[in-house]
Write a protein that binds this ligand. Structure first.
Ligand SMILES: Nc1nc2c(ncn2[C@@H]2O[C@H](COP(=O)(O)OP(=O)(O)OP(=O)(O)O)[C@@H](O)[C@H]2O)c(=O)[nH]1
Ligand SMILES: [Mg+2]
Length: 444
C-alpha cells in the first residue's frame, strides 16, 4: 500500500548551512541513483556518500547522501537523506528534481505516519515526536523524549495486561459454568482486582495535571482593577517592555500575552484590562475578555495596589477569585503598604518579583517534577480516553457490587480495554490518523 516513494524538505525553509531532503519508500536507494553521481547500490546501510546531485548531465549541488536500509530506519522502509547546501533555491531545485523523477511530495507527518503504519512505533510515540518538535522547555522536551522512547506505551500496555487478566477470569467462568462459583468469584477475586485497577487509573489521571503543565505550561492570568500595575508586572516577568504602562487607569484594553521559561516550565502570561464597571464600549469588551481569561487560567495573579486602601473593586475581585488557584500580589511595595491583606509583596516597577516566581515554582512542585523520573499522561487525547476507561471500570465495579451477572459486567471491562487500545492507536481509524498527522510538519 504505502510503497510509493515520498519526498520532503525536512529542514526549515530559510538560508542555512545545510538543508536535508528526505525520501522514503521501497526502492528509494535505486531511485536516488538516477540523480546522484555515485552508485549507491552496494553501499551499506547507515552510511554517508559524497557526490553531486545530477540533473541528467548537469551538476546541481555538491552533497552528502545518507542511506538507511529497512527495517531499522525511522519509517521502517528504505530511506535516503540528501544533505545539500542550505540555500532556498537549491533545496527547492533538488526537491523538484525528485518530483520530476517520480517521487511524491510527502504529506504532513507522513514519514512518522509510515513509521506508525509499519508498526515501528505506536500512536503515543508518534504524538511524542510532534511534541518534541513543539517543545519549548526542558521539562516539555524531557516528557516528549519519554513518549518517544515508548514509556507512555509501556504504562498503557501494563494496564491493558492487567485488565485482560481480569477479563480472562470472567471468560473462563462463562465458558465453564460448571465451576458455578460465580458469586464467590465476584466478591473474592474480581471486585478487589478491579478496584485496585481503578485506583491505578485514578492515580494516573490525578497526575495528568502535572503532565499537562509540563507539556503546555501554566496559563497565568494577571488580573486586577485598573492602574494597580498588572502590565508593569507582565513587563517585569518578561524582562521586556511589551505592554504599555502609564499612570492612566484603563491603559490596557485588550489581552497582552507573553511567555517565560520558569525553571523549565513555560508560563503563558496574559495581561488583562483592569476589571471595573465602565460605560466605555471598548473598555467593556476588554473587561469581558479579562473575565474570560480569568476563567480559563490555571493560575490567577490578582494584583492589588498596596499603597492605597482597598476599593470596592478589589474586594469584589478577591471574592470572585476565591475558588481559583490564585496568588494575591501586594504591588507597589516600594511605596509602603497600607492594606492588611495576606499576599506576596512585590514591586513590579522595580522588577522586585523574585518572591512571586519562587512561590509559583513551589506551588506547582516544579522542583519535584524536574527531579523525578516519572511518566505522565499529558496529551489531551490520552487523558480523555483514560477518563472513559475509568468510567467503564467504575460501571463494572458498581455492577459487581450489585451482583449483576458476570457476562454483562465483562462488556464494561471490554469497553475500558478498548479505550486503552485506542490510546495506543491499535485499530485506529483512518480519519483519526489523518487528523493527528495533519498537525505535523511536512518532512517529519
Ligand atoms: N511605585 C510603583 N509604581 C508602580 C508599580 N507598578 C506599577 N506602578 C505604576 O502604576 C501605574 C500603572 O501601572 P500599569 O502597569 O499600567 O497598571 P495596570 O494595572 O496595567 O493598569 P491598566 O492597564 O490601566 O488596568 C504606572 O504609573 C506604573 O508606573 C510599583 O511597583 N511601584
Ligand atoms: Mg495595563
Amino acid at each position: 500500500m504505502n510503497d510509493d516513494i515520498i519526498v520532503a524538505i525536512a529542514t526549515a525553509r530559510q538560508e542555512a548551512a545545510i538543508s536535508i531532503i528526505r525520501l522514503s519508500g521501497k526502492g528509494v536507494i535505486e531511485f536516488t541513483n538516477q540523480i546522484f553521481s555515485s552508485d549507491l547500490s552496494n553501499k551499506k546501510s547507515h552510511t554517508i556518500t559524497y557526490g553531486y546531485i545530477m540533473d541528467d548531465e548537469k551538476r546541481l549541488d555538491e552533497v552528502l547522501v545518507n542511506i538507511y536500509r529497512a527495517p531499522r530506519t525511522f519509517t521502517a522502509e528504505d530511506m535516503v537523506e540528501i544533505n545539500c547546501h542550505g540555500g532556498i533555491y537549491i533545496t527547492n531545485k533538488i526537491l523538484e528534481l525528485c518530483l520530476k523523477k517520480g517521487a511524491r511530495l510527502a504529506e504532513h507527518g507522513e514519514f512518522t505516519k509510515r513509521a506508525f503504519l509499519n508498526g515501528r512505533i505506536d500512536l503515543t510515540q508518534a504524538e511524542a515526536v510532534a511534541d518534541m518538535v513543539s517543545a519549548k522547555t526542558d521539562l516539555s522536551s524531557q516528557l516528549a523524549l519519554k513518549g518517544i522512547q515508548g514509556r507512555v506505551s509501556r504504562m498503557i500496555k501494563k494496564l491493558k495486561e492487567e485488565l485482560i487478566q481480569i477479563i480472562t477470569q470472567i471468560e473462563v467462568n462463562i465458558d465453564y459454568p460448571e465451576y458455578d462459583e460465580v458469586e464467590e468469584l465476584t466478591a473474592k477475586t474480581l471486585l478487589p482486582l478491579t478496584s485496585s485497577f481503578e485506583a491505578k487509573v485514578d492515580a494516573i489521571l490525578r497526575n495528568a495535571h502535572n503532565g499537562q503543565i509540563m507539556r503546555e505550561g501554566i496559563k497565568t492570568a494577571i488580573v486586577g482593577r485598573p492602574n494597580v500595575g498588572k502590565s508593569s508586572l507582565l513587563n517585569a516577568m518578561l524582562e521586556e517592555d511589551k505592554a504599555i504602562v502609564t499612570d492612566i487607569a484603563g491603559t490596557t484594553r485588550d489581552i497582552v500575552e507573553g511567555q517565560i521559561n520558569l525553571d523549565g516550565i513555560l508560563l503563558q502570561l496574559i495581561d488583562t484590562a483592569g476589571i471595573h464597571e465602565t460605560e466605555d464600549v471598548v473598555e467593556k469588551i476588554g473587561v469581558e475578555r479579562s473575565l474570560d481569561a480569568l476563567k480559563k487560567a490555571d493560575l490567577v495573579l490578582l494584583v492589588l495596589d498596596g499603597s492605597e486602601p482597598l476599593t470596592k473593586e478589589d474586594e469584589e475581585l478577591l471574592e470572585m477569585t476565591k475558588e481559583t488557584s490564585r496568588l494575591i500580589l501586594i504591588n507597589k511595595a516600594d511605596l509602603g503598604t497600607v492594606i492588611d491583606v495576606e499576599g506576596i509583596h512585590i514591586s513590579a516597577k522595580q522588577a522586585d518579583i523574585q518572591a512571586l516566581e519562587a512561590r509559583i515554582v513551589e506551588m506547582f512542585h516544579i522542583g519535584e517534577l524536574k527531579s523525578e523520573d516519572r511518566v505522565y499522561l499529558a496529551n489531551i487525547r490520552h487523558i480523555q480516553l483514560m477518563e472513559q476507561c475509568r468510567s467503564s471500570i467504575h460501571k463494572a465495579i458498581e455492577a459487581m457490587k450489585n451482583q449483576v451477572p458476570v457476562d454483562l459486567i465483562v462488556i464494561d471491562l471490554y469497553d475500558a480495554w478498548q479505550c486503552l487500545k485506542d490510546i495506543l492507536g491499535q485499530e485506529a481509524k483512518a480519519d483519526l490518523l489523518d487528523e493527528l498527522f495533519s498537525r505535523f510538519c511536512i518532512g517529519k
